[in-house]
Design a protein around this ligand. Sequence first.
Ligand code: ZN
Length: 342
Amino acid sequence: MSGPTLPLEVRPGGLHLPGLELFLDPERAVPAAFVSHAHGDHGGGWGSGVVYGSRETLALLEARHGAIVGARVIDWDEKVDVRGAQLSIAPAGHILGAAQLVVEHARGRFVYTGDYRTGPGATHAEGAPIECDTLAIESTFGLPMFSFPDREETMAALVAWCRGVLEAGDTPVVYAYALGKSQALAHALVAAGLPVIAHGAAFKICQAYEALGVPLGIASGALRAYAEEKKKKKVLGAVLLTPPRTAGTPMIKGRKGFRAAYVSGWSLIDASIERLRAEIGFALSDHADFDDLLETVRGSRARFVYATHGEPTVFSRILREQGIESEPREVRAIDAAEDAVE
Ligand SMILES: [Zn+2]
């Protein structure tokens, strides 16, 4: 048993690297924070004295919160000195701008994945394991029951379902959280030639993605914002992309011919589909599934692994059973119903 080369603590506010006096994805403003990506459950530290993050993450946080006073961009090829250690970032997959934090320090290398997915994506950089001594990895889907089907096939099945609903003269409603998933889906649907109307919250982030150099089809008119007058229309003639929280609102409820799908890793749990009164689920996630998490742990060659977020206690125990030294770092409960969580 060798222990971590850099300890990770839980302090009021969130995960903390004591030697660096740096919080990782704190839930609120702290003196110094690294924000791995712009989702609400990771970006609570946007008001911190210093906010380290990728250029894209800080831009997306600003799209949501206005100017980030403490913003300190870490470029993708930059090293930043903090209390004798060097900070750098590497793509985490997940959503646009999502970054793993790499800390080079006297005793080795520490990596914090933040929310993470392996494999390519059309709307963000590809995430991959980074060799290190101590790894802190998210474990949102860190249970063996979470095994996602092939991503491209799932996306193709979603496109086919939407096309079929449109051809039947109905309106396909696609529930997806507003930041990250909605942009990935808009990109795929538009590329397949389907018109898309996005809920205002998702559309605003689509605009931010386009401003960051990820075209989604707004200029060509293939992707449009949902406007109130569309409430009067019986058939939208387009795919309606909207956050799960709009299920049960007048935008959807009681409208004839509106047929819904839920697109999320959580759709592997049947109850999540029923809760939204959706007729079908597509298990397309912006997170690694259980096997991908294990492969990332092995690929990192880390001698000590912290599990954070989601199911850290269970995932950590599974790692120990496989002979990998590991401890959980429980930060806060994850609410699967919250749009911003995934
Ligand atoms: Zn996230």
